[in-house]
Design a protein around this ligand. Structure first.
Ligand SMILES: Nc1ncnc2c1ncn2[C@@H]1O[C@H](COP(=O)(O)OP(=O)(O)OP(=O)(O)O)[C@@H](O)[C@H]1O
Ligand SMILES: N[C@@H](CCO)C(=O)O
Length: 321
């Protein structure tokens, strides 16, 4: 397949995975975005300019995660590799449990989709499958692609092998607050401290809470507190994110639906708009005098990744999702 454009722009949301009991399955898209421009270059050069999160840290060559994902997507659809000039304006913090790596991978694949002559060859299902091959699990990639909340799973059923996701419409009263610490934690380290097996009673509790959480997210936000209980991963990880786990416990003691965001160490707080005042008062008290945390209330992203071809200096073609 040939390229159909030489300049595209992509916007991809931050995501919060797990949401408590939905380990490796549930995710939520947040309205905080990395924005990328990708230009195909006639020569084989790779130039990467980064502003914001990751500037001066991520590699500026073929090892850059967006470049790797983009190249994998071009290869998947049989499009030619090309030189690339990548301009990244990043607002998703790295290594904090807000899906920065999934966002980079999804953005790279979405850029490839917008660059190739037949974008339909990289439909959302193909983007999810390829992103999951990079990430190892689909729970951040799914909301980054579809927006809203998602349930993602990896099927082993014959003929349906691989990653799948369904999108949920989040109840409009639900708000997300993220408390982002200055410290980082690599997902690989947080996964390394998980046990091989868990007690049956804990697994049973999580199954019930995850099911309840689907209802709480979409229809009954009054159940968010109980629905975000988890016994499968957060406490096991407490030793590698002590301050985050302490904050989750303190917030929950005050009746707030706090969880570790993804593999941490960010803390996610879900709640109803009507409970915002109470949440803010608790946060003020708990975080008073601490310079460890930055708090945001980003809003829920409903669209997922967006890309568009850039034509001339200002004109844009139809956006491609
Ligand atoms: N926009 C980006 N551009 C290039 N590389 C990135 C980008 N975002 C993340 N990465 C790479 O991914 C690493 C972070 O991935 P990691 O999975 O540890 O954390 P996370 O994705 O932020 O958190 P989580 O998966 O728990 O939500 C960074 O250190 C960097 O190497
Ligand atoms: N479900 C994943 C999310 C981080 O990518 C975890 O908690 O390890």
């Amino acid at each position: 397949m040939q390229l159909g454009a030489d300049h595209v722009r992509v916007r991809v949301p931050a995501t919060s995975a797990n949401l408590g009991p939905g380990f490796d399955a549930l995710g939520l898209a947040l309205a905080r975005y990395d924005v990328l421009e990708v230009r195909a270059l006639g020569n084989g050069d790779v130039v990467v300019d980064v502003e914001g999160e990751g500037a001066g840290e991520v590699p500026g060559d073929e090892r850059h995660l967006v470049v790797r994902a983009l190249r994998a997507a071009l290869e998947l659809v049989g499009a030619p590799q090309t030189g690339l000039h990548l301009t990244c304006t990043n607002a998703i913090p790295h290594g904090r449990g807000l899906g920065s790596s999934a966002a980079a991978v999804v953005a790279g694949i979405a850029a490839a989709r917008a660059l190739v002559a037949d974008p339909a060859a990289l439909d959302d299902a193909a983007v999810l499958q390829l992103a999951t091959e990079f990430e190892g699990h689909p729970d951040n990639a799914a909301p980054a692609i579809y927006g809203g909340a998602t349930i993602a799973w990896t099927s082993t059923v014959e003929g349906r092998e691989g990653a799948h996701a369904v999108r949920l419409d989040v109840h409009p009263d639900i708000e997300a607050t993220v408390l982002v610490p200055s410290t980082r934690l690599a997902t690989s380290r947080a996964r390394g401290v998980l046990p091989e097996t868990v007690p049956h009673a804990d697994a049973a509790l999580n199954a019930g809470r995850a099911a309840l959480l689907v209802d709480a997210l979409t229809r009954s936000p009054q159940h968010l507190f109980e629905a975000t209980e988890d016994r499968l991963h957060q406490e096991y990880r407490a030793g590698v994110m002590t301050a985050s786990w302490e904050l989750v416990r303190a917030l929950r003691l005050d009746g707030l639906a706090a969880t570790i965001s993804g593999a941490g160490p960010t803390v996610l707080l879900l709640g109803r708009a009507q409970d915002r005042e109470h949440a803010d008062a608790v946060l003020r008290e708990l975080l008073h005098g601490s310079d460890l945390w930055r708090a945001y209330r980003p809003g829920i992203d409903l669209e997922g990744v967006r890309s568009e071809r850039v034509v001339g200096s200002t004109g844009l073609s139809a956006s491609m999702r």
